[in-house]
Write a protein that binds this ligand. Structure first.
Ligand code: NAP
Ligand code: G4F
Length: 324
């Protein structure tokens, strides 16, 4: 079996590549051209996968890529994925995160119509939530250009499935984190920042809204759900979540307690980090994924926080040692 992963240099792409390789897949990753290589997350597997250049903005590059490699499965993970940037670059976000999806689907329809397609949909589509907890049937109310773009990607995937009988599915994934999470996202900003405080490299961590609630899981668990969706006889959409919601403050408390640090001494809230429109509370109901896919999350929030702190401690200590 041959799989194509767009966004292979990202958090999920790297875990998915490892997962598929263990299953015996030939893995091909799509990367966009850059003046310096950005392969930190896949450095350990780079020699065992193929990397091909193409870009979600360039239709012809996608057609050529699919024509050449003829994958059995396509995992479309590439996107502009950081919500705050979607307000400062709303048009580019729409190009990558919304229109990028239809470009991939159209390429598949033209030259690889027998492949199976996975779209990385997001709980950000629920935004100002219409129902608690959120299921596959909960109406969307996106609160950012990112959420609105993902809603387009979600519906165009369903539309291509229904219009052209393509095997195309969307996983509506709630927030998932790991030691490979980008440092601008709140969990990693907290673990990285707290470790730097612990090691005496800084004294302060500035955060925005501590009252927002998220349903946080572990990325390694979530890529398994992506794969399971493509192993079904029928293409369908699934919520992937833990069913437990915690505030940013609670995550902060877990991390600071683990490192024996005092929040009041080091954490400052900064109004500049508040969003023009916030998603206050997300909690997913993944009953369908449990019943149909047999999927369940294995890592809880406490274990996740500790795993991220331990990894940041190890990495930053090494950085310090290499400077000395
Ligand atoms: P990530 O770490 O930010 O990775 C995004 C990937 O997309 C990177 O590999 C990036 O490549 C690539 N990319 C961006 N623009 C591109 C373009 N024009 N052409 C080709 N590649 C491009 O994101 P993630 O956390 O792994 O998330 C994976 C997907 O799931 C994203 O679509 C995200 O929106 C979605 N999602 C994530 C979560 C979550 O909690 N993590 C939840 C729901 C949905 P570069 O390395 O070149 O920048
Ligand atoms: O970690 P975040 O930036 O993730 P957010 O916005 O929930 O988006 C992530 O999850 C989505 C799934 O729902 C994905 F689709 C998306 O690609 C991305 O992976 O922020 C989480 C919460 C927000 O409510 C934010 O306001 O944390 C709050 N927060 C508080 N202080 C902060 C900060 N967020 C960031 N990034 N930085 C802060 O200093």
């Amino acid at each position: 079996m041959k799989a194509l992963i767009t966004g292979i240099t990202g958090q999920d792409g790297s875990y998915l590549a490892e997962f598929l390789m263990k299953k015996g897949y030939e893995v091909c990753g799509m990367v966009r051209r850059s003046s310096t290589e950005n392969f930190e997350r896949i450095a350990h597997i780079k020699d065992k996968i193929q990397l091909r250049q193409a870009d979600l903005l360039d239709q012809l590059s996608l057609i050529k890529l699919l024509e050449e490699i003829q994958p059995d499965e396509i995992y479309n993970l590439a996107a502009m994925s950081f919500v705050p940037t979607s307000w400062s670059q709303p048009v580019l976000t729409g190009e990558f995160t919304a229109l990028g999806v239809v470009r991939m689907l159209e390429a598949m329809r033209q030259v690889a119509a027998d492949a199976k397609f996975y779209q990385a949909s997001s709980s950000e589509m629920y935004g100002k939530v219409r129902e608690v907890p959120q299921t596959e049937l909960t109406p969307f109310y996106p609160r950012s250009p990112y959420g609105a773009s993902k809603a387009y990607g979600h519906y165009i995937t369903i539309n291509y499935r229904e219009s052209y009988e393509l095997f195309a599915v969307s996983g509506i994934l709630f927030n998932h984190e790991s030691p490979r999470r980008g440092k601008e996202f709140v969990t990693r900003k907290i673990t990285d920042g707290a470790v730097r405080i612990k090691l005496g490299l800084t004294d302060e961590l500035r955060l925005g809204n501590l009252d927002a609630h998220r349903d946080w899981g572990f990325a390694g668990d979530y890529v398994r759900a992506m794969w399971l969706m493509l192993q079904q006889d029928k293409a369908d959409d699934y919520v992937v979540a833990t069913g437990k919601s915690h505030s940013v403050r609670e995550f902060l408390e877990l991390v600071f307690k683990y490192l024996e640090l005092d929040i009041d001494k080091h954490v400052k809230t900064d109004p500049r980090l508040l969003r023009p429109a916030e998603v206050e509370h997300l909690i997913g109901d993944c009953s369908k994924a449990k019943d149909v896919l047999g999927w369940e999350p294995e890592v809880g929030i406490e274990q996740l926080a500790q795993m991220m702190v331990d990894a940041d401690l190890e990495r930053i200590k090494k950085e310090i040692a290499s400077r000395d």
